[in-house]
Design a protein around this ligand. Structure first.
Ligand SMILES: [Zn+2]
Length: 434
């Protein structure tokens, strides 16, 4: 590192530390402290050391509270709520229909990580202060996570899976090139066959830093293979993955489209299901019994269905799967909603553009949720899935000072969440268009 860079880094650290030690008072015109709370008028959020110290009635000044050197943020014209949580993003990439389809063979991990700097910023500036990253190169996501944690980069708090666990030829394996080319990418850590080998893959992922295990229980839409959307890991493999992960203190989330694969993953004891495109009565019963969460990622289906018509480079195998699955997603979600199973917020951003995450709220409401229910998937259910229900999703004493603001109440117009004007993450203001 040259001298100028060291100086710049020192300055950034110094300014962050000084903000962090100081008290910030946020004057909120309207305040929603939690998804199930009443809206309060004229409140002061007292922020100290990155956390909410207290919420006070009225607009209090630093003198009122007896704190020297406090800064005041005026959000009297705004609707203020906790930072949003997204359980399914891929910060290591973003689909670009216009990109060279062979990009993965031409670039190294650093190319991906450098593009991700912008994805981190657009995600947090959209109001998403905590995200779970579900799969991508270990060489990209873990360094990004460390860079955010150390305040080297601006971005959301990341809970990362690293590489997904997948069978040979499965959804998260690499497809569509001659064997010598595929061999150049092997051995991929997350690829496993047989219960013992899958236990090994989970252990390797935990050793690499995975905080959650992502497993592809069924085929997937965007892998270039005609393998369909049914179960791809055996019951024995799924059982070994879940047992090994749970013994090592890691939750498991399963990518699953086909009914049989959803059921097998739930029977194996996964904590959540991503997508869940083909639900039926029996899988709904299993959700009820296991209390597992469904993360419907409605945006993913809508985004790829739009891309089919606009991307002539899309392989035939992928087009076929999109045309099969896109039309069933809405009915499956509505079945889950009517059955009142646990539903948590996830977008699959990276398939859609990073920073567009709030579109998922609009879809949740269009497909039948009330705005308050939709908000609860992000502020109440998602923190529970992350085992962070005492840290994020609320603005209450002791919680992280993750604070966002919009013009008007999203409980009346969920579309307000598409234009977030103010974002504070852990006491640091990352966006302020008051
Ligand atoms: Zn995904």
């Amino acid at each position: 590192m040259n001298k100028a860079l060291i100086c710049a880094a020192a300055l950034i650290t110094a300014s962050i530390n000084s903000v962090w030690a100081k008290t910030t008072l946020i004057h909120a015109g309207q305040l929603l402290t939690a998804a199930d709370a009443q809206v309060l008028a004229a409140q002061t959020i007292e922020v100290h050391k990155g956390k909410v110290k207290a919420i006070h009635n009225g607009y209090l000044s630093p003198a009122d509270l007896g704190v020297d050197n406090a800064s005041v943020v005026d959000l009297k014209q705004k609707f203020v709520l906790p930072g949003l949580v997204d359980l399914h993003v891929h910060l290591g990439f973003e689909r670009d229909p216009k990109a060279n389809p062979h990009r993965a063979l031409m670039e190294v991990e650093a190319d991906y990580a450098l593009r991700s700097v912008n994805y981190l910023r657009s995600t947090v500036e959209a109001g998403f202060t905590t995200v779970r990253d579900l799969g991508g190169s270990n060489e990209v996501i873990f360094p990004l996570q460390r860079a955010v944690d150390s305040n080297t980069l601006v971005g959301p708090r990341i809970i990362a899976a690293g590489e997904a666990i997948t069978p040979t030829g499965g959804h998260a394996d690499m497809h569509g090139y001659r064997q010598e080319v595929l061999d150049a990418f092997a051995p991929r850590m997350g690829v496993c066959d047989g219960a013992d080998d899958c236990a090994r893959a989970v252990r390797e992922m935990v050793k690499s830093g995975a905080q959650v295990i992502k497993v592809t229980a069924t085929g997937g839409v965007l892998s270039n293979t005609k393998a369909g959307l049914n179960q791809q890991l055996t019951d024995a493999e799924l059982g070994a993955i879940v047992d090994t992960a749970h013994n090592l203190g890691r939750p498991v989330t399963a990518h699953a489209h086909g009914t049989g694969g959803i059921a097998a993953a739930l029977r194996a004891g996964v904590d959540s299901i991503e997508h869940g495109s083909y639900l039926d009565k029996d899988t709904i019963k299993l959700f009820k019994k296991t209390k597992a969460y469904l993360v419907p990622t409605l945006m993913a289906g809508v985004t790829v269905a739009k891309e089919v018509g606009n991307n002539p480079n899309m392989p035939a195998a992928i087009v076929e799967k999109i045309q099969t699955v896109a039309p069933v997603v809405k009915a499956s979600f509505q079945q889950a909603l009517n059955a009142d199973i646990n539903i948590a917020f996830g977008t699959d951003s990276g398939v859609s553009r990073h920073g567009d995450n709030a579109q998922e709220f609009v879809l949740l409401v269009n497909y039948g949720m009330t705005p308050r229910q939709a908000l609860a998937t992000s502020l109440e259910a998602a923190p529970k899935v992350l085992n962070m229900g005492q840290e994020v999703g609320k603005l209450t004493t002791g919680y992280y000072a993750d604070v966002i603001a919009v013009d008007k109440s999203p409980l009346e117009d969920i579309g307000q969440l598409l234009s977030v004007d103010f974002v504070m993450k852990q006491g640091n203001i990352v966006k302020n268009h008051e």
